[in-house]
Design a protein around this ligand. Structure first.
Ligand SMILES: [Zn+2]
Length: 514
């Protein structure tokens, strides 16, 4: 042993002087993760092993001793495929930093999407700490075509929604005229040609849209071999309900023969959640590809101008004014305050207590439903986006942007709602599996096996927890018990710290056809 060690030291000395000839013998791997409980939801493999990473891929999973240029001791920890979030509106560096602390290695904006899609990808190239991607967003394509406002990639960041308010927000209040329809189709198609991952229909925010428009635009998804996602019409438990909203997009998906993701099922279906989940299962049994998604919270967040908060929302949603909080001031709404903020700041964020625990758990436990955070951008005291190195806790907004995965893993430990392996599948593998036929890169993510891309999350199953909550000052506290996160083979979270200036994130993108 001693002489081996000496040799290694000698080799390292020489490596400095004559790098090339000794590279192969210096270490077998770029990175080794030793003695961790390796859990792979694809094969159900679950055993203590050493894992070797080389060239950004998992090269070996073995009982044998292995060595690498970098070593992580994962004793007592679970080594899991990096968590995948398909529903993250928080796409700025501060939001991504919190996502990484929560174990997410792939953070996609599929629900609202982007326009122009190329702006989104260009802005992040070489500058993202996690893998990134966005869908071609029908909402932004529509807003550009009907209100003439350029969303510059992510409209939630560019103030595009407020910019349309002065001309009556035609994108959300009107049906498209024939010439507008042409422009909408051209915009959406441009997004798909620029590599948008899927085509998104958050029509719950523009319920004036006609179903024929949705159906026609969805035809583009078929042509470009991709899928559709939806925040469905209606957030209600009485007709017209979220269930009816699901039926609409389900019929659009099946008629166009494209897969469908229904985002945050409990948030739209409320006390009809189990019925919505049954409908999704029924569609899958009939041979369609439909995924339900959920976050592990009983309260949601969105823009205060959302049309489901219009007159009569109490009966539709089961909420009262005081169940709605305006994020900027922390005020609970009254009739007067809600009317005031809907008029003055329709794009401002609110938090609402609208889901019953039993409905949240029904989605949590249902086989095939995966977790998506629905993170919204955090804002600071001045209403701006906190900088990357702003302190944790400064960001205000729904705690799901910081704690979704920590909360799921804590619930698995404390409440035993589902087995740990199933939770890991719902945090990563099911998302990769849904996307892989359309985005081939995803065949190599969401799994731990030789040849897979080395996106890896290492957590302590005995202590992992969320720390973010709805309490002021705690919205953006990071999860703990997730000391290491590796993206494309590069360590980006080390000893529970996100490393500054390390940008291993790669684009998750469809083929660019322009
Ligand atoms: Zn949504």
């Amino acid at each position: 042993m001693k002489s081996l060690k000496n040799n290694a030291i000698t080799a390292m000395c020489c490596l400095l002087a004559f790098a090339a000839p000794f590279t192969a013998s210096a270490a077998d791997y770029d990175l080794v993760i030793l003695n961790g409980r390796v859990m792979d939801p694809e094969s159900n493999f679950d055993a203590v092993r050493n894992l070797g990473v080389k060239g950004g891929k998992i090269a070996k999973i073995t009982k044998d001793k292995i060595s690498g240029k970098e070593t992580i001791d994962a004793t007592g920890h679970v080594v899991a495929p990096g968590f995948i979030d398909l529903h993250a509106h928080g796409q700025d560096p501060y939001a991504i930093k919190l996502m990484l602390r929560d174990g997410a290695t792939t953070v996609l904006e599929l629900e609202a999407g982007a326009f122009p899609v190329s702006d989104y990808y260009n802005e992040r190239k070489g500058k993202s700490q996690a893998n990134y991607g966005a869908s071609s967003g029908h909402v932004w394509a529509r807003l550009e075509a009907m209100d003439g406002v350029d969303p510059h990639g992510l409209g939630l960041y560019s103030g595009a929604i407020n910019a349309t308010a002065k001309d009556g927000s035609k994108w959300s209040t009107q049906r498209a005229k024939p010439e507008q329809m042409k422009a909408i189709l051209a915009n959406v198609e441009q997004g798909l040609r620029e590599g948008g991952v899927g085509l998104s229909f958050p029509i719950g925010y523009y319920t004036a849209v006609g179903s024929p428009e949705v159906n026609k635009v969805a035809g583009l998804a078929k042509r470009y071999n991709t899928f559709i996602t939806s925040h469905v019409r209606y957030l209600a438990q009485i007709p017209p309900s979220g269930y009816l909203g699901l039926e609409e997009v389900l019929s659009v998906a099946t008629a166009n023969e494209v897969p469908l993701i229904m985002h945050h099922v409990p948030s739209n279906c409320l006390n009809l959640t189990s019925d919505c989940l049954d409908l999704i299962d029924q569609a899958n049994k009939a041979g369609h590809k439909v995924a339900g998604e959920a976050y592990p919270y009983t309260f949601g967040s969105s823009i205060i101008g959302a049309d489901y908060l219009g007159a009569g929302f109490q009966e539709r949603t089961g909420m009262d004014y005081s169940d709605i909080t305006y994020v900027k001031t922390g005020e609970r709404m009254t009739k007067e305050l809600l009317a005031k903020y809907r008029k003055e700041d329709p794009g401002g964020m609110m938090i609402m207590d609208h889901i019953k625990k039993e409905d949240m758990l029904a989605a949590f436990k249902r086989e095939g439903v995966f977790f998506g955070s629905d993170s919204v951008p955090f804002s600071d005291d001045k209403g701006g986006i906190p900088a990357w190195d702003a302190p944790y806790g400064v960001g205000k907004g729904h705690p799901r942007g910081a704690g979704t995965r920590g909360k799921v893993l804590k619930m698995v430990r404390e409440d035993k709602e589902i087995p740990l392996m199933e939770a890991i599948a719902k945090l990563t593998y099911l998302q990769a599996k849904f996307l892989e036929d359309m985005v081939p890169d995803m065949k190599l993510r969401g799994r731990l096996k030789p040849g897979a891309i080395a996106d890896v999350t290492i957590f302590d199953p005995a202590t992992v927890t969320d720390n973010s909550s709805i309490e002021t000052g705690k919205n953006s506290l990071p999860s703990t018990g997730i000391p290491y996160v590796i993206v494309n083979g590069t360590v980006v979270v080390k000893d529970s710290k996100v490393l500054k200036g390390v940008y291993p994130g790669q684009p998750i993108r469809n083929a660019v056809l322009n």
